[in-house]
Write a protein that binds this ligand. Structure first.
Ligand code: HSE
Length: 291
């Protein structure tokens, strides 16, 4: 039996829609695999009642198929589904790393990224790699059609998860289909700033580079209290705040290691709008690990 811990992730980071991602040190899924003639899936943990166990409908089914690695797969969910923290990606990433090991396929971590991304297509309709890449490789990742680049970095973060659900499919419906040249120029500048900030482990630059005129304003409307919570985080010292992935979580960058104050401010602001939430004081971390 092989056991892998696959971390939650935050995709987009504002200016890097469908491209940027970071691994978080918590929460995480734990995936156990053992060889079997036919694939079966068992799911426990947070939100497990919403996750299909039919391999054709579960994110790990596509991974099993791509690696030709039938197995009994136990998924212990630590990452809530529909949270914006890469829940389906953590399971797909963990399964890809575990099955590669179990069947001795010898694929590199980078080669496993497109395989795990196929699992994302099952859930959202698009095989985007911006969550599976950091969950497999760790650090800050840039996933494009030409491949994945990753860099280790040290950035303190708060991920605040409200008790509301936003499906990735629904959140993709509100993404604008066109952009003005001014918005494109602004986005390129912000994304470049963010990437430099990651390379230099500079939270101020990362926070500044998260600003996004395109996707985030449209998605913020799906999250009750978004504006109030983002303002509260900034007031408490966050260098930048954005929607984590497709939402509803918010991600805040904390320059002075003031994560506790930012987390408290975000939770109070959600509470003021009548929404229960929980906050993870976290940081950019390593990718999937064999236990
Ligand atoms: N880039 C994806 C999106 C991440 O924002 O739709 C969510 O899976």
């Amino acid at each position: 039996m092989i056991t892998v811990r696959a971390p939650a992730t935050s995709a987009n980071l504002g200016s890097g829609f469908d491209v940027f991602g970071v691994a978080l040190d918590r929460p995480a899924d734990v995936i156990r695999v053992e060889r079997a003639d036919r694939t079966s899936i068992e799911v426990t943990g947070v939100g497990s009642q919403y996750i299909p166990t039919d391999p054709d409908k579960n994110t790990v089914g596509a991974v099993v198929e791509a690696l030709e690695a039938p197995a009994h797969i136990q998924i212990d969910k630590g990452v809530r589904p529909a949270s914006g923290l890469g829940s389906s990606a953590a399971s797909a990433a963990g399964a890809a790393v575990a099955l590669n090991e179990l069947y001795d396929r010898g694929l590199s971590r980078k080669e496993l990224v497109p395989i795990a991304a196929e699992g994302e297509a099952v859930v959202s309709g698009v095989a985007h790699a911006d969550n599976v890449a950091p969950s497999i490789l760790g650090g800050f990742t840039i996933a494009t059609a030409d491949g994945v680049t990753s860099v280790d970095t040290n950035i303190p973060l708060v991920a605040c998860l409200p008790e509301i659900a936003v499906s990735t499919r629904d959140a993709r419906q509100v993404v604008p289909q066109t952009a003005s040249m001014q918005q494109v120029v602004e986005t390129v500048g912000n994304a470049a700033t963010l990437a430099v900030g990651m390379c230099q482990s500079d939270p101020e630059l990362v926070g500044r580079g998260m600003a996004d005129p395109l996707v985030t304003p449209a998605r913020a409307k799906l999250i009750t209290g978004y504006e109030q919570v983002a303002a509260a985080a900034r007031e408490a010292g966050a260098a930048g705040v954005t929607v984590s992935g497709a939402g509803p979580s918010l991600l805040a960058v904390c320059p002075d290691n003031n994560r506790r104050a930012v987390a408290t401010a975000m939770l109070e602001a959600f509470a003021d709008t009548g929404v229960d939430a929980r906050a993870y004081q976290t940081q950019v971390s390593q990718g999937a690990t064999l236990l």
